[in-house]
Design a protein around this ligand. Structure first.
Ligand SMILES: NC(=O)c1ccc[n+]([C@@H]2O[C@H](COP(=O)([O-])OP(=O)(O)OC[C@H]3O[C@@H](n4cnc5c(N)ncnc54)[C@H](OP(=O)(O)O)[C@@H]3O)[C@@H](O)[C@H]2O)c1
Length: 404
């Protein structure tokens, strides 16, 4: 077999074409996704002893693909030594080949992939938390050979069983954001029944899982969204308390502009009053943060005494500012969080297997529109999750009338 047609699965398990199609980013075309991501025929990666080659059925779109195309805040080519970058940190697929030390998985197993890689040998991996490993990397972002290709190379410990009740596309949609939200809320912030939890971007990739985790643990999510359409989505997930952020101007003030500094405090207090109106007079126990510059000040402001702000990202900018008096006088905590370890990913995946949490797949794109899906994400023109169909059966025709 010279090449493998998209949307097909070879009859012989393990049969390999000579090359594979991949959506490739190269250093000299970093920039917007439409410019940076181009389909090329590339070699199929070699496996190490603990690696697995997965035939990618579908691949989930995440914001790290946008960061990878832009080359900011850091170029992916500073994070690994490969000459090309294949992005993609979510996949569903079929185990196609295993390294010689792999015991838990065999060719033909149907799997999804969690995106944390670590050395597996250091004390941190074997006692503390693989997220603390010096060699910890996010597959498909800090490493190449991610999921926007016909085959992907992963560590065997990244595999999890694919929920049988989900389609390939649904199964590829949730890992990165759900497992991240799980560590943030269950691991770091230790959400409790009865907690009020403010969820920024509640109709986005992380948010749709944050609100479901809150509900599962008996906490009360307060969802922040920007449009009626997105409010409709969180309502469908059963969320009753919703704030439309367009009603408030919470952005970072112009440096040195005292009037603008006051504006943000006044608007933040007005936002806090709306939270109390919705909760019956209570401030929030936990703020679920990933927006960064535009919201962090308000997050610290509105958390209750002894409350927690848990943060994993900074879509609107990573240079944050806040008024520390609200932090120390009211003894609040700021908790950093990054993806999840394999145990947390396994525990969270169980909630999907048991149908206690559900993916929210908004749109499926053909392989040729991988860049377009990232462009929509970059422009915040999506909701829920977007997925690229790779080898799963189904149409490879344009989703938006753009690609052939
Ligand atoms: N460290 C980790 O392990 C990790 C894991 C996952 C994601 N992340 C990071 O977390 C961030 C969010 O990821 P995601 O998958 O949830 O992305 P997403 O699907 O784009 O959702 C983010 C949401 O944030 C809201 N938002 C965007 N700009 C905003 C602004 N200026 N003010 C307030 N809200 C704003 C948008 O909702 P509305 O417009 O409706 O308000 C959007 O739906 C990204 O930066 C990503 O890189 C980090």
């Amino acid at each position: 077999m010279k090449t493998l047609e998209l949307g097909t699965v070879p009859e012989t398990l393990g049969a390999l074409p000579e090359t594979m199609k991949a959506v490739v980013i190269r250093k000299d075309r970093e920039g917007d996704p439409m410019k940076a991501m181009q389909i090329e025929d590339v070699e199929i990666p070699e496996l190490g002893a603990h690696d697995v080659l997965v035939l990618v059925m579908a691949a989930g779109v995440n914001f790290n693909g946008v960061w990878a195309t832009r080359g900011t805040p850091v170029s992916v080519f500073k994070m690994h030594s490969e000459p090309m970058h294949i992005a993609g940190s979510d996949a569903s697929g079929i185990v196609w080949k295993v390294g010689r030390e792999v015991r838990r998985w065999k060719v033909g197993d149907e799997v999804i992939v969690h995106c944390n890689q670590s050395c597996g040998e250091c004390p941190e991996c074997n006692g503390l938390d693989p997220m603390a490993c010096e060699q910890q990397k996010i597959w498909g972002y800090e490493t190449s050979w991610g999921s926007f290709a016909q085959f992907t190379k992963v560590q065997a410990q990244q595999l999890l069983p694919k929920p049988k009740h989900l389609t390939w596309e649904e199964a590829a949609s949730y890992g990165l954001t759900f497992f991240t939200a799980y560590r943030m809320l269950v691991g770091q912030a230790q959400v409790q029944a009865g907690d009020n939890v403010l969820v920024w971007g509640a109709a986005g990739g992380l948010g749709i899982f944050a609100v479901q985790i809150c509900q599962l643990y008996g906490a009360n999510p307060i969802a922040v969204v920007s449009t009626k359409d997105k409010a409709g989505l969180v309502n469908e997930l059963g969320v009753k308390m919703v704030i439309e952020r367009s009603q408030y101007n919470l952005k970072q003030p112009v440096p040195g502009d005292a009037v603008d500094v006051k504006r943000r405090l006044t608007e933040g207090r007005r936002f806090g009053a709306e939270i109390r109106r919705l909760t019956g007079g209570k401030d929030v126990d936990i703020v679920f943060e990933h927006v960064g510059a535009d919201t962090f000040y308000t997050s610290v402001l509105v958390a209750k005494k002894f409350g927690k702000v848990v943060i994993c990202g900074a879509t609107s900018g990573y240079e944050l500012d806040f008024d520390v008096r609200y932090l120390w006088m009211r003894q609040k905590s700021i908790l950093g969080s990054h993806f999840a370890n394999a145990y947390q990913a396994e525990r969270a995946n169980r909630l999907i297997l048991e149908k206690k949490i559900r993916p929210v797949l908004d749109e499926v794109f053909p392989f040729a529109e991988t860049a377009l899906a990232h462009e929509l994400m970059a422009q915040n023109k999506h909701k829920g999750k977007m997925v690229i169909r790779v080898q799963a059966p189904g149409s490879q025709a344009s989703a938006r009338g753009v690609a052939a």
